[in-house]
Design a protein around this ligand. Sequence first.
Ligand code: MG
Length: 372
Amino acid sequence: MTRAFPPIERAELRLVRLPLINPFTISTGTMTERVFPLVTLSADGLEGYAEGVMDPLPDFLEETVAGAMDLIGETVLPSMIGRRFDNPAAVERLLSPWRGNRMALATVEMAFWDLWAKWLDLPLGRLIGGAGEAIDVGVSLGIGPIDGTLERVERHVAQGYKRIKLKIMPGHDIALLEAVRAAFPDVHLSVDANSAYRLSDWAVLGRLDDFRLDYIEQPLTHDDIADHAVLQGRLRTPVCLDESIRSAGHARRALTADATRVINIKVGRVGGIAEAIRIHDLAAAFDVPVWCGGMLESGIGRAHNIHLSTLPNFRKPGDTSSASRYFHRDIVVEKLEATDGRMPVPEGPGIGVHLDRDVLDGVTLSVRSFAA
Ligand code: MG
């Protein structure tokens, strides 16, 4: 007889602020810290964790930390306490009335997956059908002076990272790529514009074919598919969509329109692990590879990303590089560090990492507890 999954006994919502070691600049602005909601769900003596990937202000997508804290804390978590959910699909049904807000809803869904995997005594990656003890990882380098970028490329190539992704924006694109390609003719290179260009920028976009890039990530508007299809029709280099894909429906529209030949899956961006798996499977049916993007996550979100990346169509290196590149001290006990471009999958049930309570308390801005 199968055991029924027990009711959710308690939940906790923290607001956490982790300073970044180095500011991270992309076309939309500069981050000096990560401020994010951290959700804990408790049942049967076990705890599941997840973090939100929204920014304080709506500069990546429309969601904000304040909006997520409100939706999670006022509506979602209170509705879960004392209730039984047989599986993640039951949690998805609970969350299904709410439009958009996929980053906020993902935070709860992912915490439940971690809890459920622990209850089943399985590593999350194994539970969803992944395999392997380590994943290939690359790095994403923020915008900065070309000289400094060349040094950072050299350092990360020497550390064995499998792909270097350069953030670009108008005025910081062709000269940068000429310098990097001249110094590193063979390195796997991609660029990410975070929606900084328009089709009218063809004078620059057309030249990107000259640099043997693995792909060009999200060059056009954050919610566009049609213009990306036009651009892909003109470029040899694959277009990779990130911001534009918030659901399997978006992925279907982009794949059928040939607007994307690579997909960056961010589990937080698409509403959770179940939707990330749907996008992964759909892309595989189109023979389109996927990879796992990063949002400068702490060890909690990083561990979720690593487990997701064990699925078979994650055929390109992800952004899940070493946590020590970002934080002096992480909020998890385990060190999530890549060696020679390979990141070990944390062992043990669930996401396989444990909160460092001392560090966490030191970076917690607020805590709300929910109990029956
Ligand atoms: Mg991106």
